[in-house]
Design a protein around this ligand. Structure first.
Ligand code: BG6
Ligand code: MG
Length: 216
């Protein structure tokens, strides 16, 4: 097989944290006097914390916040969010995720996380998955958000594998684009109608196998 490494996005691929992000952002929006829908929340998947805040403020037509106020708002949201993820257990790992990562490792492939989230270490710790990854590249170590390939290129470099021998697993359009921009193969997690640019799309890691990987 040409593939030597698998790089996994975290939120939406290994665990469904979107519901917690949504609750915390919604609480913040409500506090400012407006609301947004779960459908709008879809647009926040894979988007960095500050970029998410900008989108949400836009939905509420709030244009008067200074940079300092925005940082405070994001910090407040993160406090509510970390309270919720602090309660997470391994039971919340998405179906097949742990098993597939282990299968890759047993087959001699390198594994890494490539996530925009600064809370990646906490989440992996709560899910008891940290030991399954040879490298963890997250929002604390990248400066340019997806669709820039920085996060995945840093992952490939940390693993010592050429980008063309890496497969990225992603649930967000910007994440698939980031991987393509980094010259990597892509597996979309979600629906083929949304993730049109991915090499293949599956509904979850429970549908993945080494055979599918080898065909990429
Ligand atoms: C991404 C999520 O993985 O991380 C986004 O899909 C989130 O919804 C982003 O905004 C940043 O996360 P955090 O935990 O650093 O606020
Ligand atoms: Mg994601």
């Amino acid at each position: 097989m040409n593939i030597k490494a698998c790089i996994f996005d975290l939120d939406g691929v290994i665990v469904d944290t979107a519901v917690y992000h949504y609750k915390a952002w919604k609480r913040l929006a409500n506090q400012m006097g407006f609301d947004f829908t779960e459908h709008q929340n879809e647009q926040l998947k894979g988007v960095s914390r500050m970029a998410s805040l900008d989108l949400i403020l836009g939905w509420g037509n709030i244009t008067n916040k200074t940079e300092a106020e925005k940082l405070e708002l994001a910090a407040q949201k993160n406090e509510w969010y970390t309270e919720m993820i602090g309660q997470m257990t391994p039971a919340e790992i998405l179906p097949g995720a742990r098993e597939f990562v282990q299968t890759c490792r047993d087959a001699g492939l390198k594994t890494a996380i490539g996530s925009a989230s600064k809370n990646t270490p906490t989440i992996l710790n709560k899910l008891e998955l940290t030991h399954l990854f040879d490298a963890i590249i997250d929002g604390n170590s990248v400066s340019i958000p997806k669709p820039d390939p920085e996060v995945f290129l840093k992952g490939a470099e940390a693993l010592g594998v050429a980008p063309a021998a890496c497969v990225v697993f992603e649930d967000a359009i910007a994440g698939i684009e980031a991987a393509i921009n980094g010259d990597m193969k892509t597996v979309g997690i979600g629906s083929p109608e949304t993730l049109t640019k991915a090499n293949i799309v599956v509904s979850g890691l429970d549908k993945m196998s080494l055979t599918i990987l080898a065909e990429l």
